[in-house]
Ligand binder design. Structure first.
Ligand code: HGY
Ligand code: MN
Ligand code: MN
Length: 420
């Protein structure tokens, strides 16, 4: 095997080791669960800060808990490339969703070995992308783009702690949120992320470039019927909230299954009072609906809501819902995406263009900065699962592609003499 290949794969393995070291920081022993500004996030910040400072980066934590490492350019007022992803996880997560993009950003800076570029590099570890703690995703990237509405500081988690209080108890100051906004000298955003799906494996490719991130609708649904005795209440007299929800969930699956590219998921359901011998009176459920075409997503949502209402009406049950996200599909910047493809070719990787079914911080950042995404193959297409993995050779390919991307940006800034 060529020396560079061994070195590259070893480099890939060292990046994987770092991701697994970060995965050990968890709120729940025995699994990887790290929610917004939880105590385990401090350990992650300390690890990343050490690696960043060793790579000659200055490090700070902003008012929403984003970790921000800055590698200076040749000139103090130089433009700035932002490389980022998220540090929070879903419950019982794998080791690579989000974290890989931050560790790869630091690895790129390490590869420069102190050489300064015509642009600075800011590596950002966003504090909240999954939306687990406050049922509100993208809090980190929203603060980073200056779009975190102060009203959101009042939203509460399941322990009745507000977002503002959680920031204060982490030792940060919500009043400083405006200072979290990205520098006006930022000119581009790169997010490297695991694909979290089966496509790259199905075409035997290590990397892909994202053309667009699909749109998402997320909501809470509630079915309110009448709790009653399971043994004495005849079927015709019931107002069974769980039966209404069950019929609706099957309808959700049916509607999504017949439309290309549409995915719909009821990922969480709770039924009260929750005893086996009591007809459920109150059910709360979540809906996650996604499609690349916003009109299709909107029409499908209308159908799904109508099904819920009809399932409820048939049982004398009340149906209500509360939207928590209505995010349009977000195209990536075409010129950066083409540059990323050239970088892949320079790294001897055949580019694959694809959609992202998963949401990413890039969908928030892209409204403020030209953005691009590089996907790394997910073996088994598995993610949002503890067995989520990556291959060392694919991580090495992403690092090499990232280095080629920096070279192309450097050449572009030198030839045009202005922002990279
Ligand atoms: O849910 C998503 O699409 C992302 O993984 N947070
Ligand atoms: Mn995720
Ligand atoms: Mn992610």
């Amino acid at each position: 095997m060529k020396v560079t290949e061994v070195t590259n794969t070893e480099r890939g393995e060292s990046i994987i080791r770092r991701c697994r070291e970060i995965a050990a920081w968890t709120d729940v022993p025995g699994e990887t669960t790290r929610t917004f500004l939880s105590p385990s996030m401090r350990g992650v910040h300390d690890l990343l800060r050490a690696w960043m400072e060793e790579a000659e980066m200055s490090v700070e934590v902003d008012a929403v808990g984003n970790l921000r490492g800055l590698y200076p350019a040749l000139r103090p007022d130089a433009p700035r490339l932002v490389i980022g992803s998220h540090l929070d996880t879903i419950p019982n997560a794998g080791a690579f969703d989000g974290v890989l993009g931050v560790v790869l950003g630091i690895a790129l800076v390490e590869e420069l070995r102190g050489r300064r570029l015509p642009f600075a590099i800011e590596v950002v570890g966003f504090s909240e992308e999954e939306g687990v703690r406050f049922s509100k995703p993208f809090l980190g990237s929203m603060a980073f783009t200056g779009t975190l509405d102060a009203m959101l500081l009042k939203i509460k988690d399941v322990h009745d702690v507000s977002l503002g209080e959680s920031i204060l108890s982490f030792g940060l100051d919500p009043a400083e949120l405006p200072a979290a906004k990205v520098s006006p000298r930022a000119f581009a955003y790169l997010e490297m992320h695991i694909e979290q799906g089966p496509l790259l494996e199905s075409v035997s490719r290590p990397l892909g470039v994202v053309e667009a991130i699909v749109g998402q609708s997320r909501l809470f649904a509630s079915f309110t019927g009448k709790a009653n005795h399971a043994g004495t209440t005849p079927m015709r007299l019931r107002h069974d909230a769980l039966a209404a929800a069950a019929e609706w969930i099957v309808a959700v699956e049916r509607i999504a299954s017949v439309r290309d590219g549409l995915v719909a998921t009821v990922g969480n359901i709770s039924a009260l009072p929750g005893a086996g011998n009591v007809i459920a009176g109150d059910v709360a459920a979540t809906l996650d609906l996604r499609h690349a075409d916003d009109a299709v997503r909107s029409a499908s949502l209308d159908k799904i809501l109508l099904e819920a209402q009809q399932a409820a009406d048939r049982r004398g049950v009340k149906f209500a819902w509360r939207e928590t996200m209505d995010q349009d599909a977000v195209p990536m910047d075409e010129s950066l995406t083409s540059l990323l493809e050239c970088a892949m070719l320079a790294a001897n990787v055949q580019p694959v263009r694809m959609m992202s079914g998963a949401g990413h911080d890039a969908m928030i950042v892209a409204a403020h900065l030209p953005s691009c995404m590089l996907f790394v193959r997910s073996p088994g297409g598995l993610s949002h699962h503890p067995a989520e993995s990556v291959l060392a050779k694919d991580v090495a390919a992403a690092l090499t592609t990232g280095m080629e991307f920096l070279k192309l940006l450097e050449a572009r800034s030198t030839s045009t003499g202005h922002e990279a």
